[in-house]
Design a protein around this ligand. Structure first.
Ligand SMILES: [Zn+2]
Length: 401
């Protein structure tokens, strides 16, 4: 049985690491604060008889000492968004430790032994790209690409990773145990308020990102008549509304956001000649996402043509929705039923390591409902009874893998 007091104590301790000035957790990807939290978790893993070690991507593996056979892992991440919450990542990591303790006896005679896998650099804000550790692990992100990801201070993810590994020099190094991995489970605090029960995630959206470059003609704001203008920003304004309208025509789980807009020359008395928009589109249904992308491209072309504006649309991230392992999800719902715990299937609009790790082994992703504040804020809340219930479900599933 998962120990609720130990879970609460570990969450408290992780919450105490690198608290920022606004009250939240500030543990950016590949930072000293993430390293400190990782070292703390490694110490707890050692107490459980695991052998913690760091792989070349900064991920923490804590596997049974001396064991060379197959493993089932659980865990989440330890970095946070700026001013982040108590549970995001920390919850799944604290539960991963608890599951190892809980499963050790139950799985003593099974072929796969339980371990902990905590993926590094999961949150996107520092480098503009998330789930770095897990994507490096499965090969969907290449180490050479880390040189191009830079934070606001100009530090590349490659430099940050090298520094991160130096800071964790006191921990042993390991090769990723990807070939021994038989299953992985991640419990995460829900990122959507609408979820009121424990959620077994069956599909995860992944962002598809487009950059729309609009080229009109700059001119004096006082001297060019209205019908002589080729104003790139008014075309952009129409395109922003068209993106919203196109997403509204799709199912509720399909969304699109124009999150960035750069205007050049960006002067109060100059007609904008150049605008660059950044679009993030997500869906859990691939056909819907494809339709949305096509609609955005077509409408941007129409609007630009009508206004005499040049337009170029570039795909910068070709995300597509991921289905998680159906068998593990069904096993989780069955286990919930047997334990008398209410759980429902759900989906995720935000990215998680589990959606990448499925390239290595079946993965289970479970959400614990949010209580109180929003996800990615210091007010983010969760209920300890529901956390323990999620751990019991995952333990039941993993004991049968
Ligand atoms: Zn998270």
């Amino acid at each position: 049985m998962p120990d609720r007091r130990r879970i609460a104590a570990r969450l408290d301790e992780l919450w105490g690491i690198a608290r920022g000035p606004r009250g939240g957790a500030d543990r950016p990807a590949y930072s000293s604060a993430e390293a400190e939290a990782t070292r703390r978790v490694a110490a707890w893993a050692t107490e459980l008889g695991l052998e913690p070690a760091i792989d070349p991507h900064g991920n923490l593996w804590a596997l049974p000492g001396g064991w060379k056979g197959p493993v089932v892992t659980s865990g989440s991440h330890l970095d946070t968004v700026p001013d982040g919450g108590r549970y995001d990542g920390a919850l799944g990591t604290a539960l991963g430790l608890e599951l190892v303790a809980d499963l050790a006896a139950a799985t003593a005679n099974l072929p796969a032994r339980p371990g902990l896998l905590v993926c590094a650099a999961e949150e996107a804000p520092r480098f503009g790209a998330g789930t770095i550790g897990s994507r490096l692990l499965v090969g969907s992100l290449h180490p050479a690409e880390l040189a191009d990801l830079r934070d606001a201070g100009g530090v590349s993810a490659a430099e940050a990773l090298a520094r991160y590994l130096r800071e964790l020099a006191d921990l042993p190094r390991c090769r990723p145990a990807t070939d021994r991995l038989r299953a992985h489970a991640e419990v995460h605090v829900a990122t959507r308020r609408a979820l009121r029960e424990l959620g077994v995630v069956t599909r995860v959206a992944s962002p598809r990102r487009l950059v729309i470059e609009l080229t009109g003609e700059s001119g004096h704001a006082g001297e060019v008549a209205m019908d002589e203008r080729r104003d790139a920003l008014v075309a952009a304004a129409e395109i922003v509304l068209a993106v919203e309208a196109a997403a509204r025509e799709e199912p509720d789980q399909t969304v699109a956001t124009v999150g960035t807009a750069e205007v050049a020359p960006g002067a109060i008395s100059v007609i904008p000649g150049q605008v660059t928009l950044g679009v993030d589109a997500r869906a859990i249904d691939a056909a819907s996402l494809d339709r949305l992308e096509a609609a955005i491209r077509a409408r941007a072309a129409d609007i630009a043509a009508r206004r005499g504006i040049g337009v170029e649309v570039r795909l910068t991230r070709a995300g597509t929705p991921t289905a998680l392992d159906g068998e593990l999800a069904r096993a989780a719902l069955r286990a919930a039923g047997e334990l008398g715990i209410t759980a429902e299937t759900t989906w995720s609009g935000s990215g998680h390591d589990a959606q990448h790790l499925i390239a290595l082994a079946p993965t289970l992703l479970m959400f614990v409902p949010l209580h109180g504040g929003e996800s990615h804020t210091p007010q983010e809340g969760a209920d300890l009874d529901e956390i323990v219930a999620a751990a019991r479900i995952v333990a039941a599933v993993m004991a049968r893998v």
